[in-house]
Design a binder for this molecule. Structure first.
Ligand SMILES: [Zn+2]
Length: 491
């Protein structure tokens, strides 16, 4: 990871190393002129307050004479090296995304974003302060964790071509036909709900401020439409069930009665969240792929820690392309899932030892799980296309939960779309396991032996072992990963 690939990540890593707190606000800190030399002290205080970095104290160590000479000789070279050490690329800013013709690969050889252009709804740095000031005077709509995550993904282009929360026409079209009104494939609604009381006082065709849990404005929305919606219909068509035991359906029924539609503008830099070293916007990830010279990239979505089966699938896919993007989901998941920080540690541990550095990247997917099975599999693929992936791995029961979906539903849904319209190529995988007869990782597709030769653990059995601090067989999970998981269960 270099500074130009991921400035926020590198700074966060430095801060972690120096044991000082990383404040993402330091990235938006603006320098200013200092009129008098004697005001430097206050300048340092201001810098410290906004960055957490204390003013440097100069240390001139006493050197023995023979070293003094070396020091004098080396110093010019050091300065020359230092001058070339960091080439910062300006972070994304401004709504000036580059239009690209639909279906056409842009000149840089990368896959075109979905709908043709990468949406960028992050306010320009120079306009930020004024827009924030204006936002404070607007009617406020408070966002929960899920809505904030959607807002950031809309603003940074992960949900391209969407530019805001869906209006009624778009919502109906997506729920009924899995397409936007212009025909572009889009399988999941992205909506903002409020209760009736709040909706009443929000006039249409005017701006509202979207605020976080502390009431601070994070974005504005041009409110185009307020509308009521039919939860039962959304549940049946999107989730294929209206059973409230389904976590996605339950979340749907907890939402407000009125939806607000309109374009958003993010007024602060995208929030790298709890994993800043692994946070990239689509622009940043695409730039990194370009620097690495990767043309064909396979994306892997997961909400599981990494066992041998997943490693096998990832590496099998990597055999056919240039690069592997491990893109674990770190937004809200259901309470039974292993927490994101434990899963991320399992990835970090294993990447260092068993994955080729120049062909693998770990980046978080800061979305919430919806557990919408087939429809979410397509949605996951389209988001990865926006990140610059050309291929996407779809496993058995991808994004499913319980027994709400058939084993291959999430793979079959791709047949309903023209491959050219999708743009990204899905790669379908079976479950993998170790076979003692084959003596290797295989699947039901590649192994002719009886299940008694297979090393397999159910999720429940694995959990039981980990809770007791027992190690599953190394053919199932690498001991380094097990260590992280057992540690995770202790806390
Ligand atoms: Zn076998």
């Amino acid at each position: 990871m270099t500074f130009s690939e991921n400035p926020a990540g590198v700074l966060a890593a430095y801060c972690e190393h120096l044991e000082i707190p990383f404040r993402s606000g330091s990235l938006s800190w603006e320098s200013r002129d200092v009129e008098h030399w004697d005001s430097w002290e206050g300048w340092h205080d201001a810098a410290e307050q906004s960055t957490g970095i204390k003013p440097a104290t100069r240390r001139d160590p006493e050197l023995p004479e023979e070293l003094e000479e070396v020091y004098e000789k080396c110093l010019p070279y050091y300065y020359e090296l230092a001058a070339h050490a960091i080439h910062a690329r300006p972070r994304s800013g401004g709504a000036a995304s580059r239009p690209v013709e639909v279906g056409k690969v842009p000149g840089d050889g990368q896959i075109a974003p979905h709908g043709g252009r990468l949406v960028d709804r992050v306010v320009r740095t120079e306009e930020r302060q004024e827009r924030l000031r204006e936002a404070r005077a607007l009617p406020k709509v408070a966002l929960g964790a899920r809505a904030l995550s959607n807002l950031e993904m809309l603003s940074t282009g992960v949900f391209s071509p969407l530019e805001g929360f869906m209006d009624r026409e778009t919502y109906d079209s997506v729920v009924e036909d899995m397409r936007l009104p212009d025909g572009t494939i889009w399988t999941l609604p992205v909506t903002l709900s409020v209760d009736e009381e709040r909706a009443k006082n929000l006039p249409e065709d005017s701006e509202v401020a979207l605020v976080d849990g502390e009431g601070a404005p994070v974005a504005t929305m041009l409110l185009r439409e307020r509308y009521r919606y039919d939860r039962g219909r959304e549940a049946r068509l999107v989730y294929r069930t209206d059973d409230q035991d389904h976590p996605g359906v339950a979340a749907l029924y907890r939402r407000g009665d009125v939806l607000l539609g309109g374009e958003v503008t993010l007024l602060r830099p995208p929030d790298p969240g709890p994993f800043p070293r692994h946070y990239y916007t689509p622009q940043e990830l695409r730039a990194t792929f370009r620097e690495k010279g990767w043309k064909r990239i396979v994306g892997f979505q997961t909400r599981q820690p990494i066992h041998r089966a997943l490693e096998h699938i990832q590496k099998s896919a990597l055999e056919t392309v240039d690069g592997l993007l491990l893109n674990p989901i770190v937004g809200e998941t259901r309470s039974g899932d292993i927490p994101a920080d434990v899963r991320m540690r399992s990835y970090e541990t294993i990447l260092e030892r068993y994955y080729p550095r120049d062909r693998t990247m770990l980046a978080v997917f800061p979305a919430a799980m919806r557990y919408a099975g087939p429809r979410e599999a397509v949605f996951h693929a389209l988001c990865r296309k926006n990140y610059g992936c050309t291929h996407f791995i779809v496993g058995r029961d991808h994004a499913g939960v319980g027994s709400f979906y058939g084993t291959y539903d999430a793979q079959h849904i791709f047949d309903e779309f023209d491959p050219g319209e999708l743009g990204i190529t899905p790669l379908f995988f079976e479950h993998a396991f170790f076979c003692r007869e084959c003596y290797g990782m295989v699947s039901s597709k590649t192994c002719p032996h009886d299940p008694s030769s297979h090393v397999f653990l159910s999720e429940a059995r694995l959990r039981e072992m980990l809770e007791r601090g027992e190690y599953p067989p190394p053919e199932f999970s690498r001991p380094e990963v097990v260590e992280v998981l057992i540690e995770g269960f202790r806390h």
